[in-house]
Design a protein around this ligand. Structure first.
Ligand SMILES: [Zn+2]
Ligand SMILES: [Zn+2]
Length: 123
């Protein structure tokens, strides 16, 4: 079980499904959308996610056709994205996780869009 929220905590959510893979995305869209060097994402089924508060604060931005990124309209944290090619799934932005009962350190990690990775980030 995971609990998460946006920065201002107006929006909070609970996920009742184990994370099976952490996807580290280096694409420029994720970088800019999260104001970070890369984003850490996890795909879960929509029906295992409950919005505990703040559904009226949720707004979305379509960053590319068929893909919507969801944000808090107060603090602008990005919480998840939905894409038409993955129906019934939700891609969580793992930077918003506040608590996990699952040991996430043993979950397999996969990097994507590595060609777009900031050169100054590699060791
Ligand atoms: Zn917020
Ligand atoms: Zn990305």
């Amino acid at each position: 079980m995971l609990d998460g929220s946006c920065l201002c905590r107006a929006i909070s959510y609970r996920v009742e499904e184990d994370i099976t893979e952490l996807i580290l995305c280096h694409c420029s869209f994720c970088r800019k959308a999260t104001a970070s060097a890369f984003s850490v994402n996890a795909r879960v089924h929509q029906d295992s996610v409950t919005l505990l508060a703040g559904d009226d604060q949720l707004v979305s931005y379509s960053s590319s056709p068929g893909k919507k990124r969801f944000y808090c309209q107060i603090c602008h944290s990005q919480l998840f994205h939905l894409q038409e090619t993955l129906p019934n799934m939700m891609t969580l932005k793992m930077g918003t996780i506040a608590y996990s009962s699952q040991n996430l350190s043993v979950v397999p990690k996969r990097h994507i869009f590595e060609d777009d990775q900031f050169s100054w980030l590699s060791d």
